[in-house]
Design a protein around this ligand. Sequence first.
Ligand code: SF4
Ligand code: SF4
Length: 269
Amino acid sequence: MDGPGNRFVIFVQGCNFDCAGCHNPYTITDCNHCGLCVRPCPEDALTIEPGPLVVVDRATCTNCDVCIDVCPFDSTPLAYDIAVGDLLEQIRETARFISGITVSGGEATLQSEFVFELFSALKADPELSHLTTFVDSNGSAPRHVWDRLAPVMDGAMIDLKALDDATHVQLTAASNTLVLDSIRHLAGISRLYEVRLLIMPGYNDDDASVDRTVAWLRAVDPGMRVVVIGFRKHGVRKGVEYLTESNPDQMVAIGDRVRSAGFTDVVVV
Ligand code: SF4
Ligand code: SF4
C-alpha cells in the first residue's frame, strides 16, 4: 500500500481534503493546542506550556492513542517538526532493510518543498541514493509542484475517489479537477506509479461508474497500474456510521471488470 518493497514511510500532518472514509483522520488538521487531550492522557504525558503549546513527554508516552481518539479536530499532539538532515539520519539507520522512502499523509504535496529537499538529499547521498522515492497523494497538487518533484521523485501513487466531480465533492469535500489533471500529467512525464480506486458502496461502485472510470484511465494510459481498494471502517473517524464496507466478492468482480477493459497490472486490496 505504501509502494514497492519495504519502505520507510513518513506521514506529514495536514490535508486539504476532508474524506469521509479517511483512514488517517488524525493527520487532517494541524494541532491548535486547545488542550482538550491533555487530561484524558492516561500517562500524564501531555502538558500545556505557555503559548499555549501542548507538549508531549515522549519518554512517558506509551502511544496508546487516547489523545488521538479524544481530539475533536482530527489532529494529534504527537506530530513534530523535523529537519531534513535529522530525518536522513533516521533513514540511514534502516537503509539496509528497505528499498525506498514514501511520503504520505495527510497530503504530502502540501509540504512539497520539504519533500523536494528530502528526496534531493537522498539522491545526492552515496549511501542512500539506491532508495526509491515515492509520494502517496490525493492528487490535488498543481502541475508545477509535480514538475518540481519529478527530477528527484521516482513515482507517485494517486487516489481517485470518484470520476464524477459531484460524487468526489461528496466523498472528499473537494473537486477532482486537479486530481484528474495530476493523473494525466504524471502519466505524461512517466512519474505515475499507480492509481488507486477507492470503492465506496453506494457512491462509486455501480457498474456504470466503474466502467466510466476505467474508460477514462484507459484513455490516459492503458498500461498503468490500477489498485482497487475496498472501503473498510477500521480506523475511520466517528460519525461516518452511514458508510458501508465493501463486499469482498464485489471487489473481486470490480477487479475483473478493470482487467477486462485491458489493464494487466491490477491489484485488488
Ligand atoms: S498516545 Fe497520547 S494519550 Fe497516549 S500516552 Fe501518548 S500522549 Fe498520552
Ligand atoms: S491534538 Fe486535538 S485535542 Fe489535542 S491539543 Fe491538539 S487540537 Fe486540541
